[in-house]
Write a protein that binds this ligand. Structure first.
Ligand SMILES: [Zn+2]
Length: 280
């Protein structure tokens, strides 16, 4: 028998018995054991707080989730509804993208982007599946009742494109990064609130109240231009293929770049210390 968990459903908000939900869906390559780290451990993994490199998880205890990454986010009804309305299509989308990534890596292992055309998919369902996952990990619909309505009614199409921007990229890992809303400094121009779900093969970034940031990835807000039962063909031109070596949001530096940056910081700190000693 699994344990019984009660709480407020992250989607409808009602206090109910909650069901275990995989994020990303189990069939979207999330069925094997994963190790999850606590906030403190994530801080340790980040460069500079420890002598370890940001991809080095040796010695960190973490928590093993045997059946894939997930948590008790939704009540049974919301879990079943979003599962059949949106997630089935999201899983199909993920498998197609997995094939695209695998082909790209086989034929051009060093390529940093690819272009594909996708036929006969349901854009609105994919977008709603993605937004459901962002609501899960951000403790509900981020206080946004319009977003809640948008997800609870499968036919609804009123996605707030002024508030949200959703970006898609292909991730070749090796790390996963599933992070709730955090604030990012200046590397993409100004202060950005974002949340990220980066697993293999798909990476997703959600920015909030920011229309100017140039995030890596293709903006897929236009998936909301379709009706629930409307299929589309789409061209994805210049879809980035990115690697994830740290837990810092939207950080896609390769290992060499990270090492170089850490060494430069060390040198800068040393020269600062030397200057202070000179003054004394
Ligand atoms: Zn619910």
């Amino acid at each position: 028998m699994g344990k019984e968990v009660f709480g407020n459903c992250k989607l409808c908000g009602e206090y109910k018995k909650l069901t275990f939900e995989h994020v990303p869906p189990e069939k979207a390559f999330n069925s094997s054991a994963v190790k999850k780290f606590t906030g403190d451990e994530v801080m340790k993994i980040m460069a500079g707080t420890d002598d370890r490199m940001p991809w080095d998880i040796n010695g960190l205890s973490g928590k093993i989730q045997q059946r894939g990454s997930g948590d008790y986010y939704l009540c049974e009804e919301c879990n079943n509804n979003t599962g059949s309305w949106y997630m089935t299509e999201y899983v199909r989308f993920t498998h197609t993208m997995g094939q695209v990534l695998s082909n790209a890596m086989t034929n051009h292992p060093l390529s940093t982007q690819c272009s594909i055309s996708l036929n006969d998919f349901y854009p609105l369902r994919v977008l709603k599946g993605i937004m459901t996952m962002f609501c899960d990990i951000n403790h509900g619909c981020m206080g946004d009742n319009n977003l809640k309505e948008f997800l609870l009614n499968k036919e609804a199409t009123a996605f707030d494109k002024d508030k949200y921007s959703l970006y898609l990229y292909l991730s070749k890992g090796p790390m996963w990064r599933i992070q709730g809303i955090s604030a990012l400094g200046s590397i993409y121009g100004g202060f950005i609130c974002l949340s990220e779900i980066s697993t293999l093969p798909i990476g997703l970034i959600l920015t909030i109240d920011n229309k100017t940031a140039k995030m890596p990835g293709l903006c897929i807000n236009d998936f909301a231009n379709f009706k629930y039962d409307e299929k589309a063909n789409a061209e994805f031109v210049g879809l980035p293929i990115l690697e994830v070596n740290s837990q810092m949001p939207a950080d896609f530096r390769n290992k060499d770049e990270i090492i170089k940056c850490i060494n430069e910081n060390k040198l800068a700190m040393e020269s600062l210390q030397n200057k202070e000693e000179d003054i004394e």
